[in-house]
Write a protein of this length. Sequence first.
Length: 732
Amino acid sequence: MESECITVVLERITFANPQNGYSVLRASCRGHPNGVVVVGVFANVHPGEELRIYGTWTCHPQFGVQFHAFRYSVLKPATLRGIEKYLGSGLIKGIGPVTAKRLVAAFGADTLDVIEKDSDRLKTCPGIGQGRLEMIKAGWAQQKAVQDVMIFLQGHGISPAYAVRIFKSLGDNATRLVAEDPYILAYEINGIGFKTADKIAAEFGITGTDPRRVKAGLMFLLSSALNEGHLFLPQEELTAKAKEIMQFDDAETVGKAIDALITDERMILRVWEGRRLLYLPRSFNEEQGAANRLAEFLQKKAAVPRDRLLTAINSAMADGQISLTEQQSLAIELSLKERFLLITGGPGTGKTTTLKALVDAHVALGRHVALASPTGRAAKRLSEVTGREARTIHRLLEFSPAEKGFRHKPGNPVPCDTLVVDEGSMIDMGLFHSLIRALPSSASFVLVGDPDQLPSVGPGLVLQHLIASGVVPVVRLETIFRQAEASAIITNAHRINRGEMPFLQPPDGKTKTDCYFLDAPEPEKALSLLKNVVSVSLPRKFGYDPIADIQVLTPMNKGSLGASNLNDVLQETLNPPSPEKAEFKHMHRVFRVGDKVIQLRNNYDLDVFNGDIGLIRAIEPEDQEIVIEFPPGDRKVYQPTDLLDLALAYAITLHKSQGSEYPAAIVVLTTQHYVMLQRNLLYTGVTRARKTMVILGTRKAVAIAVKNARTRQRNTIFRYLLEEKVRALSAE
């Protein structure tokens, strides 16, 4: 079909996928009185804009005639209505619908020219003072820069959906930096792979076995390995992957590129048991540094006289009026004697009681105890358990955006005598290294965690390797307490961990339980049941707040029962649009006052971290700001560029739920999630519920998960490095 060019005015964005930029637009077009539907890859376009689009007419069997866009360019809005809609769409910080109307009333068709060339005149418009003027000028300048980046990328075949992210990461020099080194997109911008960057590089003559291309491919592969949990790749594996993604069969060229990267110290070689292991420098330093520092801790004991030790333990038990099992008493005693201790145990084995008594014992000895957990929710729970302040690890170590690192490190240690860290299964190698190197040489470190849960999202298998090393003092709490035995949640968690099917009890109005099963063989039934359980059944029966107390968990993001679609369904059910509730449209998403949201990546400027969940308390459409409250009452102001890493959190993935507990949790589990069905995933999900658990899905999916105990191997030799260093220090 022959390509055509049409000029349209964008009326509304019906759908937009932020991952790939695919959008469905509704637009007005001369000669088409009923308007046109345009589909294709768009980003950073706004209602009111005039677009020149090149493409072809197609006929969709369900949706009818559409114009399929191949490429487009943005023209300035020509009509007053278009200008008002354009400026009021959230394009420029400082201009919302009200200000847009005032500006068009004041300057008419010249509005955009006034903003761009004579912005001081804006102060003559009601409601615009010096502060808002500066905000508008900065917003317009950023928008122009983003537009330039977008046009450049579109010319090189990159989805413009990434334009804002690239601009935010690379700044005003984004176009120049990409032109100089197209591969910067592959290892600096999340979501853009090597193949996309490679296409751009080819336009600059970087092809085949060009050393720049081969080196970039190798660096990209090592960076990608981190996302899969690996700290290194064996050279033979890295070579094979390099030949695959670069599509040539020349191991010698790859070898030369590896040698050059090693010489330049952009890659580190470790020869281990006859194998050549290749690391990024940071990963190498973290694994080796953590092993060295921990080995030093293990060589020293805490010199506590026996009488003081017994007094501290007895004091802790007396204060709480508790009795401890032999394992719990041993854990407390070893924590006072050893410089490093690992405490493990499943649900119902008394970790909470042990932690409380342990902290009290250390305080009784006059020690300053610092408490931390990987997530805000886990820190809040640790604080409630111990009755003392607990912080997230990032806040404990005090991340500095200016220094791009933690303030507490060698030379400026964390001010404490004892550090207690909970939810150790979530801690990756980088965070563990940062923790142990930030401790005073005289301090003690107690790490608590459950190795049967999902491993850390980041690289490494810290908790598992600490246990497997055999050189770390470990106390395993195994006794399930009587009150815990009465809980079906805890019983089922242990059954799942043993490879046995959990008791799947449908709600019958007679059987008393805290763990229910709802059979939902079809996705449509699952969605219907889920809406009813969250909004009606659980709140009515137990008095739960549907948003604050109930958390829906699912194995993956995609699919009709993935987190993305479940959030759309649950937002419509629990927090529908209302004239009383302000809302903010960002790409295809709508954020509304009252929404539950989750941070997807660390934002050090806002001091908000991956996995933090909060509630939208206010939205300022004119200033394009969203105020989000995170526990324990911290309010953060989000700008539009911050929203790229924010998502609704009515439903989250099971991986994102690590370290958190909820009064009620609903795990959605069907064969639609087949590729993710594993024992540790189901075990983690069930143990997220504090009072009420609902498994919604199919018995077949549960059975598949229980039987699948295979866990993906990760490339790390931390345990062996630790053993080796301990032996060396012992020999000295």
